[in-house]
Design a protein around this ligand. Structure first.
Ligand code: CDP
Ligand code: MG
Length: 134
């Protein structure tokens, strides 16, 4: 079974959307293996978004990730990596399909509620970053 790292970012927690977001994954027969509500520090946020360190939006992105508590989880299931990315939807609110989490609830390119690993390698790296004990 495939595993992926998912974050419900601080706007999702702040807006009280944790339950709705989890239900999207659960109804798709994906299983939550590990889950925690935590406040990420800057070091963790920077490592998580390392691939974007040279982008103009990097600082805003890191500030956003540490702006409040977030939910980090490992989700498992058949094709979990692609299915979760599909359910999350496009990061551009103008492109996100209305049936996706971002399409339904997000209207910002930065504050877009969710993160999910985009490949097997990213999933491995991100799971060990957020759940070093695994
Ligand atoms: O999250 P996803 O993998 O779909 O997108 P990404 O291209 O890896 O970008 C990571 C995150 O950076 C996005 O989810 C947004 O929160 C943020 N971002 C932004 O603030 N401005 C952009 N122009 C692009 C991305
Ligand atoms: Mg990404």
């Amino acid at each position: 079974m495939e595993k992926t790292l998912v974050l419900i970012k601080p706007d999702g927690v702040e807006r009280g959307l944790v339950g709705q977001i989890l239900s999207v994954y659960e109804r798709k027969c994906l299983r939550i293996c590990k889950m925690k509500l935590i406040q990420a520090d800057e070091n963790l946020a920077k490592k998580h978004y390392e691939e974007h360190k040279d982008k103009p939006f990097f600082k805003e992105l890191v500030d956003y990730l540490v702006s409040g508590k977030l939910v980090a989880m490992i989700i498992e299931g058949e094709s979990a990596i692609s299915i979760v990315r599909k359910e999350n939807g496009d990061k551009d609110p103008l492109k996100a399909d209305c049936a996706t989490i971002r399409g339904m609830y997000a209207n910002s390119r930065t504050k877009n509620l969710v993160h999910a690993s985009d490949s097997l390698e990213a999933a491995k790296r991100e799971i060990s970053l957020w759940f070093p004990e695994v």
